[in-house]
Design a protein around this ligand. Structure first.
Ligand code: EPZ
Length: 421
């Protein structure tokens, strides 16, 4: 398995381009199942999770053509509405084919994703919503089997805010008979990006970005072209990497608007951050002090501090001045990076879903192990400031969600190299 070897102590400076959003691209790729016409997407990031989703769609009979960061998908010849365990177990977001398959093809058999490192990750709300729309759903032998001649519009309420739950149900409702209202909907920007793509395909969605989304079902959707929004978590990750090294970095092709909570916390920590926005260009510029101040965070659904930035911010607090309290309220097991940061010399006390981080003057390099996508990013950030060499193992986790991470960091002055297995 590949490793990343980082020599800490370099201040990041310069400019790097942010890629398209993984968590917008994944549901939008599945939206291709809702139409027999070609859907062309641009700014699609080159990530392992994207490759996995494209493989899953091709297994179902979707024709996929790639040209640089553009992908054209044609689901006119769909034959096999099955998402098999072998693929689904490697990427939970596969569950996003469920709603579109039932809506347009009347049936679907999708393996239960199973848990992952950060939690049990159930999909009961996806099932509850489809059932409320008239689908017959059974769960047996590890698969969700759903069928419906035509889904009916319904008033849906999710027990908790669920991003892919909202996305699955929104896609299913596009072709339902009548109007669907999703209450307690996720407000994440990726949900809004999906709704914009669906409306370009002829859907009639309003309220995306609020906690009440209305979808008036239509008979069919057409093809469309859509540009994937920038990846706000990649953006936040590089902002944290720059901040912790006392850096001066410009991130292009992205906007602070998707990350107010993270930008606020980095400014509280002592960074100067400004956004540049013009019709043809958007960027964020961060200048950090030599040492940051510790800042407490509490994760929650958008627009609050995103759980996907918690691990990265723990690395920032590990070397900040003072003590910070980090509360993780979304996933039950999302502190696995803490024990690895402690191996680098961090002072972190975990109590349930709360971590108390007391900043230390320095971390020292060591070999550490990545356990999940964002935990890996946290270890890379710590390695950038740790004295000496840090080797991050099992970086296949990183390759799922970060495009050419070592190249982008090296372009900002980091000393980092990939050690092939
Ligand atoms: C999405 O996962 C993201 N993935 C995650 O990003 C992100 O961490 C998460 O939203 C929260 O923002 C994609 O968009 C592909 P949820 P998702 O459903 O939709 C519980 C990354 O690093 N829940 O919003 O699976 C669930 O257990 C990944 O890019 C149920 O109980 O998350 C969790 O506690 C990691 N039943 C909470 O809700 C359900 O049916 C929020 O989960 C659904 C969810």
């Amino acid at each position: 398995m590949d490793k990343l070897v980082i020599t800490g102590g370099r201040r990041l400076a310069g400019e790097v381009a942010v890629s398209g959003a993984k968590n917008a691209a994944l549901p939008i790729l599945c939206a291709s199942l809702l139409t027999a016409e070609p859907l062309t997407l641009s700014n699609v990031p080159a990530l392992n999770d994207i490759r996995t989703m494209l493989k899953l769609l091709e297994q179902m009979g979707v024709k996929v053509a790639r040209d640089g960061d553009s992908v054209t998908l044609d689901a006119s010849g769909l034959g096999n509405p099955v998402a098999a365990y072998e693929l689904v177990k490697t990427m939970r977001a596969s569950v996003l084919v469920l709603g579109p398959l039932v809506a347009r093809h009347g049936e679907a058999s999708v393996s239960l994703p199973g848990g992952c490192a950060i939690g049990a990750r159930p999909v009961d709300q996806h099932i509850k919503g489809l059932t409320a729309m008239g689908a017959e759903v059974s769960v047996e032998h590890g698969y969700v089997n759903a069928r419906a001649t035509r889904l009916k519009g319904a008033r849906l309420f999710t027990d908790m805010v669920t991003v892919t739950g909202t996305e699955n149900l929104m896609m299913a409702a596009c072709l339902a008979d009548g109007e669907t209202v999703i209450e307690n909907a996720a407000r994440e920007p990726e949900v809004v990006d999906l709704a914009q793509c669906l409306n370009a395909m002829g859907a009639r969605i309003s309220g995306a970005g609020t906690d009440v989304i209305r979808i008036r079902g239509v008979e069919r959707l057409t093809g469309a072209t859509h540009r994937i929004m920038p990846d706000r978590i990649e953006t936040g990750t590089y902002l944290c990497a720059a901040a912790v090294t006392g850096g001066d970095v410009r991130l292009t092709g992205t906007s602070a608007g998707y990350l107010d909570a993270v930008v606020d916390k980095l400014m509280d920590a002592g960074c100067d951050i400004d956004s540049e926005k013009s019709p043809s260009h958007e960027a964020i510029h961060l200048k950090a002090p030599r040492r940051l101040k510790a800042v407490s965070i509490r994760t929650a659904p958008y627009p609050a501090f995103p759980t996907d930035m918690q691990a990265q911010f723990m690395a920032v607090n590990a070397v900040a001045e003072g003590t910070a309290v980090i509360r993780e309220t979304i996933f039950e097991n999302r502190f696995m990076h803490a024990v690895e940061l402690i191996r680098l010399g961090a002072d972190i006390k975990i109590d349930g879903n709360t971590a108390v981080v007391t900043g230390v003057d320095k971390l020292t390099g060591a070999t550490v192990m990545a356990t999940d996508l964002r935990a890996s990013a946290s270890l890379v950030i710590a390695g950038l400031v740790a004295e000496g060499e840090t080797t991050v193992e099992r970086i296949y986790h990183l390759d799922r969600g970060y495009e050419r991470l070592e190249d982008k960091l090296a372009a900002l002055g980091a000393v980092v190299r990939r050690q092939k297995a």
